[in-house]
Design a protein around this ligand. Structure first.
Ligand code: PHE
Length: 345
């Protein structure tokens, strides 16, 4: 039996010594520094390779293999020790008398719908139950659909009723949801009933009751022999469904080129109950809903024969409705994005 060479004895002892050091490491930090000392770039085990020139040539291959094996053994021992230490930490945490796994988590903060979305969804539900389509038309519109088709030619002073954001392309940001009327007529022919809710834009100074971006819901019903009587009855039915209570309303003549006759439907201000406040400009009444019978020129633009088909239309101020329902005194709060305001809903 040949004697083991010195280097072999040294390496065998190394296995035992490193294992003892690994077992003695009592924290992840001390294990980590041991790992660096043993296996790091400048570590003691890689440094053994520098001794190859002193090893007899016939042993060099076995020496190299033995150093590699030592390296693998120590690395595996460190990994095993690390697992034990981590498990110990978890156990310690679980057994900590001050740790209670049954305590509820910090509650998640959930978002919620914007009041405009809530009211719009309510309105959509009411109209859907009455057989109306709910349509979504573009916010960027042609001059034709926003004005021309609605009986507002270029020279018409009514263009100035609605200050307009024009785009360089010649298109515009729709100033009202009425821009969908002729689109809807082409899309559905007749008869049909539809609402189209959405954002509208006006190039104007803002105050408590004016905003450059606000929300409307257009209503349009096309059928045979539609009269002002139908319009009034429909408005009464719809508004009581939407507001869920008896509300005081009044009708005034109103001029819009795309309806004839046209009306302004006002509603008693819900913020101040008629006393006068900033939301109603101290009038006690709030303009809620312009409406009227669809003008024959608009029916023609929609490809319908005015002798056969008539209709009514309204433009509901959704932003105003939200203000009334929740008692919001300033329209600018709605689109202002202030969480102190929004979190109240
Ligand atoms: N489009 C009009 C506006 O925004 C409102 C309106 C709609 C009037 C439908 C009559 C009929 O001012």
């Amino acid at each position: 039996m040949s004697e083991l060479p010195d280097w072999q004895i040294e390496i065998d002892q190394g296995v035992v010594r490193w294992q003892a050091d690994v077992d003695a490491a009592d924290s992840l930090e001390s294990l980590r520094s041991l790992e660096v000392r043993a296996l790091g770039k400048a570590g003691e085990i890689p440094a053994l390779m520098k001794r190859i020139p002193q090893i007899p040539p016939q042993d060099r291959k076995s020496f190299g293999q033995a150093v590699n094996a030592l390296q693998g053994t120590v690395a595996a021992a460190i990994e095993a020790r690390r697992l034990v230490l981590v498990e110990g930490l978890i156990d310690a945490e679980l057994n900590d008398a001050t740790f209670d796994a049954a305590v509820g988590a910090v509650p998640l903060k959930l978002g919620h719908p914007h009041p405009l979305s809530t009211v719009q969804a309510d309105i959509e539900a009411i109209f859907t139950s009455m057989g109306f389509h709910v349509l979504d038309y573009p916010e960027i519109e042609s001059e034709f659909d926003n004005f021309e088709a609605l009986n507002i030619p270029g020279w018409h002073p009514a263009r100035e009723m609605q200050d307009t954001f024009w785009l360089e392309s010649g298109h515009l940001l729709r100033t009202h949801t009425s821009s969908g009327q002729v689109r809807a007529m082409h899309q559905f022919k007749a008869p049909f009933r539809a609402i189209f809710p959405g954002k509208v834009f006006r190039y104007e100074a803002t105050d408590a009751s004016h905003e450059h971006t606000f929300h409307q819901v257009e209503g349009l019903m096309i059928d045979r022999k539609v009269t002002v009587g139908h319009l009034l009855d429909s408005m009464r039915t719809l508004l009581s469904a939407i507001l869920q209570r008896e509300v005081e309303i009044r009708l005034r003549p109103g001029y819009f080129p795309f309806v004839e006759p046209g009306f302004e439907l006002d509603i008693r201000c819900q913020v101040c109950a008629g006393e006068g406040c900033s939301a109603c400009k101290r009038r006690g009444w709030l303009e809620l809903l312009p409406c009227g019978l669809v003008h024959p020129n608009v029916l023609r633009a929609g490809g319908l024969d005015p002798d056969e088909w008539q209709g009514w239309a309204f433009g509901l101020g959704l932003s105003r409705l939200v203000m009334m329902r929740y008692g919001v005194p300033d329209v600018r709060l709605l689109m202002g994005g202030d969480l102190r305001f929004l979190s109240q809903f």
